[in-house]
Ligand binder design. Structure first.
Ligand SMILES: Nc1ncnc2c1ncn2[C@@H]1O[C@H](COP(=O)(O)OP(=O)(O)OP(=O)(O)O)[C@@H](O)[C@H]1O
Length: 284
């Protein structure tokens, strides 16, 4: 598999009270086109910082060293399910465009949804902005997207406001908006952490289905090794800003090389008796 993006020796420090605090230390990894990569680690290990760095969303004032290189060819490759997608004007060293080339799903859908705009309009705006379609066609596509994320009654759902939806439904809308322009890469940053266990499993199943249908590459950020294992081809383990292990999901689960990965597995087994490799899980 060809790399969609290559992270080399990436370090990020934040300035806090006049002091620089390291968040990532010399991370190097490739994200292969079409793979589902999970990034796991405990709170504060640097997972979100890595996701934000990849998306070009790091806070101002973050001090960054190292490189993130994108494969222009992989980003520009024609998209199977959105033929109207505009080609990206990206060379090997430019950050791709958020919304068009990268879809980002945050932990709290309310942070990415406008509370005073109907959800159909919010999705249609993403479509119109990035795919340059008319309002009419953008709304038609927004409705199709609401159907694809299985929001009940997509016709009336177009006109609902975020506060009229449950947490899981809001996350479905946020996912619809994130994939609206047919991005090559979907980043889900703790996208299920605020949801209860059943809804969490449904959202994981939804992400799995959409990624497969659209041939997207997925970076799935989670502190939960079991959730990561249910979705990912490979798992990267971060600790204190360092990449301590990266391997195929089977290898990480069955033959972890690092004591910390063993501890994460033991902690999961101790807390929760569910099987770690539940192939398909809930319906999407
Ligand atoms: N904007 C910021 N300003 C200052 N420090 C920050 C900022 N964002 C993150 N940090 C610090 O950087 C380190 C890594 O944080 P990050 O959010 O990337 O970890 P995480 O693994 O995603 O944690 P969580 O699972 O709790 O979200 C932490 O010490 C955190 O306090």
């Amino acid at each position: 598999m060809t790399a969609l993006l290559s992270v080399r020796d990436l370090s990020v420090r934040y300035r806090r009270d006049g002091v620089e605090v390291p968040a990532l230390k010399g991370i190097s990894l490739d994200v292969k086109a079409g793979e589902r990569l999970a990034i796991i680690g405990e709170s504060g290990s640097g997972k979100s910082t890595l996701a934000l760095a990849v998306a070009g969303l790091l806070a101002r004032g973050a001090v960054i060293a190292g490189t993130i290189e994108w494969s222009a060819r992989q980003l520009q490759e024609s998209h199977s399910v959105t033929p109207e997608r505009q080609p990206s004007a990206i060379d090997g060293n430019q950050t791709p465009l958020l919304g068009r080339d990268i879809g980002f799903v945050f932990q709290d859908p309310s942070s990415s949804l406008d509370p005073v705009m109907p959800v159909g309009k919010q999705i249609a705006e993403v479509v119109r902005t990035h795919l340059k379609l008319s309002w009419r066609d953008s709304y038609t596509k927004a409705k199709t997207l609401l159907e694809r994320v299985r929001l009940p009654g997509p016709d009336s759902a177009l006109h609902t406001y975020p506060h009229q939806l449950s947490g899981g439904q809001k996350q479905r809308v946020a996912i619809a908006a994130a994939i609206a322009a047919g991005p090559k890469l979907l980043i889900a940053d703790e996208a299920t952490s605020a949801l209860d266990t059943i809804v969490q499993a449904e959202i994981v199943a939804l992400i799995r289905r959409l990624v497969a249908e659209d041939g997207m590459t997925l970076i799935f950020i989670s502190h939960d090794i079991a959730l990561a294992a249910a979705l990912a081809d490979r798992i990267a383990v971060l600790r204190h800003g360092e990449l301590i292990e990266l391997g195929e999901t089977d290898q990480i689960l069955n033959a972890p090389r690092h004591a910390y990965t063993c501890a994460l597995l033991d902690a999961h087994l101790g807390l929760d008796a569910e099987p770690l490799l539940d192939g398909q899980g809930a319906s999407a």
